[in-house]
Design a protein around this ligand. Sequence first.
Ligand code: NAP
Length: 327
Amino acid sequence: MRAIRIARYGGPEILLREDIPVPEPAPDEALVRLRHSGINFMDIHTRQGKYEGSRTYPVRLPTTLGIEGAGEVVALGRDVRDLRVGDRVAYCLHWGSYAEYAAVPAWRLAPVPDALPLDRAAAAMFHGLTAHDLAHDLGRAGPGVTWLVHAASGGIGQILVQMGARLGVTVYATTSTEAKAAVARTRGAAAAVPYEGFAEAVRGMTSGRGVDVVFDAVGRPTLRESLRAARRQGLVVNFGAVGGAVRDLDPIELGEAGSLFLTRPRLADHLPDGPTIRRRTADIFGALLDGTLIIEIASRHTMDDVEAAHAALEERRVVGKPILDLP
Ligand SMILES: NC(=O)c1ccc[n+]([C@@H]2O[C@H](COP(=O)([O-])OP(=O)(O)OC[C@H]3O[C@@H](n4cnc5c(N)ncnc54)[C@H](OP(=O)(O)O)[C@@H]3O)[C@@H](O)[C@H]2O)c1
């Protein structure tokens, strides 16, 4: 089968197209014929070596890139009971989806309703599950609650804004351009402001109080100012680092900013088992089907031009979700 792999860390030029054997499913795995893979910023972090030495997401070279996909089950490991050959499934957080086939632990596979096209299911898994966890488990959500969502036109940002608005939250957003701000407002943000001076802008819009929760996936360029945008005893959720990681934060800064809470969540810790995955995906797929959640496919790629998707993400040209169509 064809697969896109890396044997060392670096820029988009290190991606290898290789012919490798179709994997054999282990006893607890299913073999999935992949039709679509999501393309995520996490693939870029993986390609750059940011997970080398990670305990949560151990990456060993050489490896096939890609951490989410959708397709049909074509074979089952001998211990798998609750899946059948032919089932339409989607998954995330298992490496190897830039390929024609993947052997995936059966508990990670979520059923895809017949009415939902597989490309939309693939596009919804990683970003949808992350946003679901952030919104429902961490977001202290409800009417009267205020959030600030950075990078609100991005993959997770757009979903988070929609989920917050649906839960009654007043969502403020940051984006780098006015066109992206318009997208954030369309998704339900009460206001979208530029990054420059965002803490002051948000304080102005909350009568000087600050927001209850800040969702910050940008990291180094924004995190300190995010502390100033949060209310006293507010929560700052630093769930990504597209602009670089913050390595020098002193806990006293949280005290000085108003006895804040700071967390650095990882999706793996919020998807501990199959029932949790199926509960969250049922919610997300249901919302996609009834039109209350919109996840737009930003661009489609083949195995021959994945580099273009990586470059677009790194150059901040993506609004929504890039998808890899598999042969
Ligand atoms: N903690 C978790 O469990 C978890 C799960 C999934 C993803 N993540 C992380 O969340 C982050 C966002 O992932 P995503 O897939 O949703 O990406 P994305 O939002 O689709 O793209 C990144 C966004 O960040 C903004 N941005 C700001 N500074 C940037 C920079 N220097 N370079 C590139 N983009 C920049 C861009 O919007 P503007 O131009 O408007 O700023 C862009 O839309 C990544 O770090 C990813 O690894 C974490």
